[in-house]
Design a protein around this ligand. Structure first.
Ligand code: ARG
Length: 588
């Protein structure tokens, strides 16, 4: 469709003084109004006439000059609709162009991708859990969203750098190292994160009566910052124990990073950063600590940003400033996005302000995409102490529930069931997919309302529902092969699109045609919910098509044309879900 938009823009250029490009065109809310519209608001100011009148005049000019025909776009018609000049591409041309694009290539093809040239360097920081703590369900938000943006960014031609900014440095790791030295010998040979939590809690309990422990921990962190060998070895052990568990979860979610650069990665840069800040005269003393005074982009004062505590230790913010400088130096990125919980809004404003004061004008390329929390409907979960629910627990809950549902469905249909091993594989894909989809489908800034029955509902706006729609496409295609109606070789054939005469068929193709647009918007706003809602829309429109249009057993040309629609739908669903990190079972 982009080709047609370019032609429409070219035609506009023959009658207008101001240069127009395809990106100036919008997609009308109702596809019946046209395929793209040129808004006349800006020109209305220049011409000092109402936008509808301007739209009328441009339309008449285009028609009088036969502008579309002249640029070789006789297949496009034009009409003024309110303040817009709307362009409509002839039906057959639309079908041919879109289906041709979607069905090009093997497998899922490459429809929607934009990989010919790099669109710039994009550093994306996401997930970033804290070591020595279980992976909280709440950390799924920046993990699932970041990973989806990372995949979509690559698919759309950005040069992505995905970074996991692991929380692995700070005073608490001094405590942990001391705790490990004191109580580590009682732990199992292969300790888990829970074991680390247990010795950490024990440390705190004993520190109540023995304050010397606290001093020792402070000292331990200072030693750690200075590279002390014993402390470093203890700390490293704790990080390794955590990473082993995190890696297992990341594998389950299909999440991969280019770099796992935790806070500790920047430790050697911290002394230099403090010297630099001092040289620039930006460090001031406040209650014994070294701080930078900051204000927001509009000049409104914010709480000062602490860089060094009274005892000389650096803090979370110091590491973030160092990390940003390092990343810009290394990558000269065009965009840097931090996918991090919304409660850290002020923190990022402060970091950006410190960087601004250091003269880093590129800070305008940095953004924080805030994520919300989890709320549980289930009373048992919502009242749990400290609301501490792990991702592991939620995935297990979902997987078990899916297994139950599937066994119940089998019994209901009276079909031969899956073997236990097959069921396990499918339930893992559906159970994990359901949780991830539910998370991504919620606007990132809002809280996720978690009700397991709704999350795994095969009929709702859920992951399983989309996976099921995909298996339905697969099953139609499979039957077509069995009945010999599937053409050998390439499925696409331009000649048969004229057979697609129903509204539902055109509506489906146009909906599939919006896939690239929704991927682009997902990246623009940092919201995978954009793509999630679009995919739900695809299945809804596909449902409308399938109710109205019989695919198999029609005249061969019609069946072929409709099989082209089924395969196109399958490709868009498969691609869209994979980009969200959701696996596709063959049968459900
Ligand atoms: N580890 C932090 C937490 O769990 C998130 C880190 C976010 N990223 C950053 N650059 N500060 O709260």
């Amino acid at each position: 469709m982009e080709r047609f938009a370019r032609l429409a823009a070219q035609a506009l250029n023959t009658v207008l003084e101001t240069p127009i490009t395809a990106t100036d065109l919008e997609s009308p809310p109702d596809p019946k109004m046209g395929d793209f519209g040129f808004p006349c608001f800006k020109l209305s100011k220049i011409f000092r006439k109402g936008p509808p009148q301007v739209a009328q005049e441009i339309t008449s000019q285009l028609q009088a000059a036969a502008a579309l025909e002249k640029v070789g776009a006789g297949m496009i018609t034009v009409a003024a609709v309110g303040p817009y000049v709307n362009f409509t591409v002839a039906r057959d041309e639309t079908l041919k162009a879109l289906l041709g694009d979607i069905l090009a290539g093997e497998g899922n093809g490459s429809y929607g991708s934009l990989t010919a040239r790099s669109r710039g360097k994009w550093v994306l920081e996401y997930s970033s859990p804290n070591v020595a703590k279980p992976f909280n369900i709440y950390h799924l938000r920046p993990t699932a969203l970041g990973a989806a943006l990372d995949r979509i960014g690559r698919f759309r031609g950005y040069d992505m750098v995905g970074i996991n900014h692991l929380g692995d440095w700070g005073t608490q790791y001094g405590k942990l190292a001391v705790a490990f030295r004191e109580y580590g010998q009682n732990l199992p040979a292969d300790p888990s994160i829970e074991d680390l939590v247990q010795i950490y809690v024990k440390f705190h309990a004993e520190a109540e009566t023995n304050p010397k422990l606290e001093d020792e921990a402070r000292l331990a962190f200072l030693k750690l910052e200075q590279g002390d060998a014993e402390m470093t070895a203890l700390w490293k052990k704790c990080v390794d124990i955590s990473m082993r568990e995190f890696e297992r979860l990341y594998a389950r979610l299909g999440v991969k990073f280019d770099h796992i650069w935790g806070e500790s990665y920047y430790k050697d840069l911290l002394p230099g950063l403090l010297v630099d800040l001092k040289k620039r005269g930006l460090l001031v003393e406040s209650e014994g600590a070294q701080v930078v005074e900051v204000s927001d982009a509009e000049g409104k004062a914010m709480p000062p940003c602490i860089m060094q505590k009274t005892d000389g230790a650096t803090i979370y913010a110091t590491r973030d400033v160092a990390a940003a400088l390092y990343r810009f130096e290394k990558f000269s990125f065009d965009r840097m996005t931090y996918v991090v919980g919304g409660e850290q809004r002020l923190h990022f404003q402060q970091i950006f302000a410190v960087l601004r004061r250091m003269g880093a004008d590129w800070v305008s390329r940095c953004e924080h995409v805030p994520t919300g929390l989890y709320r549980f409907k289930d009373a048992k979960m919502s009242t749990r102490k400290g609301n501490f629910i792990t991702l592991d627990e939620v995935l297990e809950l979902s997987r078990t529930k899916v297994k139950e549902l599937m066994r119940a469905r089998e019994a209901q249909k009276g079909e031969a069931g899956l073997s236990e091993a097959e069921l396990d594989t499918v339930a893992e894909a559906i159970g994990v997919g359901a949780v991830v989809f539910h998370d991504l489908h919620t606007d990132p800034a809002r809280d996720v309302e978690f009700d397991i029955d709704r999350v795994v509902d095969f009929e709702g706006e859920t992951g399983p529902y989309l996976q099921y729609a995909h298996t339905r496409c697969l099953s139609i295609l499979r039957k077509a092969r069995e009945s010999g109606e599937m053409p050998k070789g390439e499925l696409f054939q331009a000649g048969v699109v004229a057979r697609l005469e129903k509204d539902e068929e055109l509506a489906l193709v146009k909906t599939l045609g919006q896939f690239p647009l929704h991927l682009e918007r997902t990246l623009q706003f940092g919201k995978a919910s954009q793509l999630a809602h679009y995919l739900i829309d695809v299945t809804r429109v596909f449902g409308g098509f399938y109710r109205e249009c019989k695919v198999l057993g029609e005249a061969p040309e019609l069946t072929r044309a409709r099989l082209m629609l089924v395969e196109s739908t399958r490709r868009v669903l498969a691609q869209g879900l994979s980009l969200m990190g959701i696996k596709l079972p063959e049968r459900m």
